[in-house]
Design a protein around this ligand. Structure first.
Ligand SMILES: NC(=O)c1ccc[n+]([C@@H]2O[C@H](COP(=O)([O-])OP(=O)(O)OC[C@H]3O[C@@H](n4cnc5c(N)ncnc54)[C@H](O)[C@@H]3O)[C@@H](O)[C@H]2O)c1
Ligand SMILES: O=P(O)(O)OC[C@H](O)CO
Length: 338
């Protein structure tokens, strides 16, 4: 890596969906040369030609500092800092694909929210298995809808890292006091879990609204939702305070209450009686909670942690229970202390 490009400090974003594109727009707007790689060469060609992501973020033009790079090896070579923003079910594949192109200087961040498909492992464990512990790692997570971020509306987020020097350096690079506040946290486990499990609870909040329940029920789900996310987190060594921050309660409230959320909209459709398959097709984008409910449920069982909301959503998605029956099961639970 030459000195020239270390001083120009580019960032490479791997994943050209709505969120990868929004983050790439944000960084390039701050003046950093930013390279955006997508796995579909035809889509990359279109992005470069139109200078916007018309599929996911129509009418938001790319800043001049944003460059599209369809060649993965080149995209990795161009920057020391790599930000992975792909859906969780392909995260492990992407990590394996980047591995042969990494050098000792690379630093890896991900903004993917989820658990590994089938195993339910945290994504940091997937990275450590495939890449070892030689790279500084960080996770970026919090209440951030891609469209608002891309439009430059004020947004705050959490960055958690296993390497304090990297955390400070990356925070300094991406924090922009005008519209993108980046808070540091040391708790990688808690930050990852909050981002993954809030998607499952948001499906529940959507279902509740889809059935026709009101604000009281939605708020109860959010409040009991953060309780069950925290219980799971504590069992895995997370810090309780993390769940009261951006990547915990912040993201949970955002995702459970606003129809920009795909997880919430997916739940709304289930509550209105649509099948999971039809609801997924209607959304037409990644619904992380759908991919992660089984994993969250199994992880809870493995840890011996009670997660009644997650369990009911699991029953609806994978055991043929309907949303109303699931709500009745939740309401009919034995009375207990808060
Ligand atoms: N969209 C948001 O507002 C938002 C906000 C915060 C976090 N996230 C998280 O970001 C991650 C990505 O979500 P998104 O919203 O950008 O998804 P999206 O549905 O907008 O796009 C998914 C992208 O993944 C790409 N993809 C599919 N298979 C791939 C593969 N094998 N290799 C590489 N890329 C592949 C697709 O081409 C598509 O570009 C998710 O974990 C999501 O939870 C999204
Ligand atoms: O659209 P969702 O439900 O995937 O939510 C997007 C982000 O995770 C919100 O922070």
């Amino acid at each position: 890596m030459s000195n020239t490009y270390l001083t120009t400090s580019p960032i490479t974003v791997l994943g050209a969906g709505s969120y990868g594109t929004a983050l790439a727009i944000t960084f390039s707007r701050n003046g950093y040369p930013t390279y955006l790689w997508g796995h579909d060469p035809e889509h990359c060609h279109q992005l470069a030609k139109q200078r916007e992501n018309s599929q996911f973020l129509p009418h938001i033009k790319f800043p001049n500092a944003l460059h599209i790079e369809a060649n993965l090896a080149k995209a990795i070579q161009l920057s020391r800092d790599l930000l992975i923003v792909v859906p969780s079910h392909v995260f492990g594949d992407v990590i394996q694909k980047i591995k042969p192109h990494l050098t000792a200087q690379h630093r890896i961040v991900w903004a993917t929210k989820g658990l590994e498909s089938n195993t339910g492992r945290l994504l940091q464990d997937v990275v450590l298995e495939h890449l070892g512990d030689q790279y500084p790692l960080a996770v970026l997570s919090g209440p951030t809808f891609a469209k608002e971020l891309a439009e430059g509306l004020p947004t705050a987020i959490t960055l958690a890292s296993n390497n304090q020097q990297f955390a400070l350096a990356f925070q300094a690079r991406i924090h922009c006091s005008k519209h993108f506040r980046v808070y540091l946290n040391h708790d990688m486990v808690g930050v990852q879990l909050g981002g993954a499990i809030k998607n499952v609870i948001a499906i529940g909040a959507g279902m509740s609204d889809g059935i026709g329940f009101g604000a009281n029920a939605r708020t109860a789900l959010i409040t009991r939702g953060i309780a069950e996310i925290s219980r799971l987190g504590l069992s895995l060594g997370a810090n309780a305070n993390t769940f009261m921050g951006m990547s915990g309660l912040g993201d949970l409230v955002l995702t459970c209450t606003d129809n920009q959320s795909r997880n919430r909209r997916f739940g709304l459709m289930l509550g209105q009686g649509l099948s999971a398959q039809t609801a997924m097709e209607n959304i037409g984008q990644v619904v992380e909670g759908y991919h992660n409910t089984k994993e969250a449920y199994l992880l809870a069982q493995q840890q011996g942690v009670e997660m009644p909301i997650t369990e009911q959503i699991y029953q609806v998605l994978f055991c043929g229970k309907n949303a109303k029956e699931a709500a009745i099961s939740l309401l009919g639970r034995e009375k207990k202390g808060e």
